[in-house]
Design a protein around this ligand. Structure first.
Ligand code: SF4
Length: 379
């Protein structure tokens, strides 16, 4: 059990106090954007008008743009642009290209986008390098058309994501690729409607999303019919406290997981990004203690786990260092192996022996501590 050589810097202290799982003393975090804008095209959509009504009912002013182009986001410096963009919500119509769904193995058969962007400040954010331009959060007003268009994809899927463990779930649609649903749903209601849409759908389908927020009040009593799997993105306390700004706390996420599981939702853990910090076994062991306590005695628990190690690309590193110039997050090419993907892309991942050690540990620990949990993939 040797310490791994690729540790992130910084001292961390393990906390083993399970009282963290008492009902959170603070309500789950809710984002209040500083500026909300809506385009004319979005106002032509019924759901666009619903979002405006909802936002105004929360006492937030909505600026009606004259054209369908978003302006006024760039500041004098990159920092200012980042800060302005991250505090702006734009209600827009989705780009036409988004209506043709893309495969998204291994997490699901198809990717469906109800929004793009996220108000949180994770210093490893996987959106960096994937999305271009200032990181404004855009929510889509043409939700009804987006959901109606999914019918064409039922019964289709990417073979790699249709493992035996998941075939009972039917065609799966991932709705959190470029956003965090529970960071935004109180402003849009989009994911609530999606849950109801899937719940009423007479076909073998599943909606899936992952979140770092715990704001689930509005979901508990929805007629979900077991067709939405909500996964909570979790990490050990040193990672979550140090590098996940603006998100709900770990205990809020786990309390939310318990509430949804108790309401009959299939649930999941997205343990990501896994990092071999100093003392990682102890820290991730503590995380699994908290998960065990969170799911204890939940009847008919349907729990999955997706295990994703930290990685970065040249472009994500550049963007992240622009956003978080003083970050202590390790993004050192010399400590990583290069993994080449399709289309000539390359990612910096942990070396093979580190990956092997992490993987063995997680799979063993999950099998021992949470035998009912199905591990869907490791990457
Ligand atoms: Fe990025 Fe997800 Fe964090 Fe949002 S919650 S900043 S999408 S990693």
């Amino acid at each position: 059990d040797q310490p791994l050589p690729h540790s992130a810097s910084g001292e961390v202290t393990a906390e083993t106090d399970l009282s963290a799982l008492a009902p959170p003393s603070r309500p789950a975090r809710r984002w209040t954007p500083k500026r909300v804008v809506v385009t004319p095209a979005a106002l032509d959509e019924e759901h666009g008008r619903r979002i405006v009504e909802r936002v105004e009912a929360l006492g937030i002013e909505v600026e009606r743009l004259k054209a369908n182009r978003l302006t006024g986001v760039r500041g004098e410096t990159d920092r200012e642009t980042y800060a302005r963009a991250k505090s702006t919500l734009a209600v827009v119509v989705s780009p036409p290209s988004r209506r043709t769904l893309q495969p998204i193995a291994p997490s699901a058969d198809w990717r469906v986008d109800l929004a793009e962007g996220c108000p949180a400040h994770c210093q490893y954010c996987y959106l960096a390098g994937s999305l271009s331009g200032p990181p404004v959060t855009r929510v889509y007003a043409d939700l009804d058309g987006i959901l109606a268009g999914l019918t064409d994809y039922v019964g289709t899927g990417t073979v790699t994501s249709r493992s035996r463990a998941r075939s009972a779930e039917g065609t799966t649609f991932e709705a959190s690729c470029y956003t965090d649903p529970l960071a935004l749903d109180h402003l849009t209601g989009s994911w609530q409607r999606a849950v109801e849409h899937f719940g009423a759908w007479d076909a073998p389908v599943q909606l899936r999303w992952t979140t770092k927020y715990g704001d689930v009040d509005r979901f508990v009593d929805l007629p979900h019919a077991g067709r939405t799997r909500v996964r909570f993105s979790v990490n050990c306390l040193p990672v979550t406290r140090r590098w996940e700004g603006g998100t709900s706390t770990l205990e809020q996420r786990l309390a939310a997981l318990r509430r949804l599981a108790s309401a009959g939702y299939p649930v999941g853990l997205t343990i990501a990004p896994i990092m071999p910090l100093d003392g990682w076994r102890e820290h991730y062991g503590h995380l699994l203690d908290l998960v065990e306590a969170a799911v204890a005695e939940v009847p008919d628990l349907d729990l999955t786990a997706e295990l994703i190690t930290h990685r970065f690309t040249a472009s994500s590193k550049e963007v992240l260092l622009g956003w978080y110039p003083r970050t202590t997050l390790e993004m050192d090419e010399a400590r990583r192996s290069v993994k080449r993907g399709r289309f000539g892309t390359s990612k910096h991942v942990y070396p093979k022996e580190v990956m092997g050690e992490l993987r063995r540990w997680f799979e063993d620990q999950l099998a021992q501590r949470l035998p009912q949990c199905r591990v869907l993939y490791w990457t």
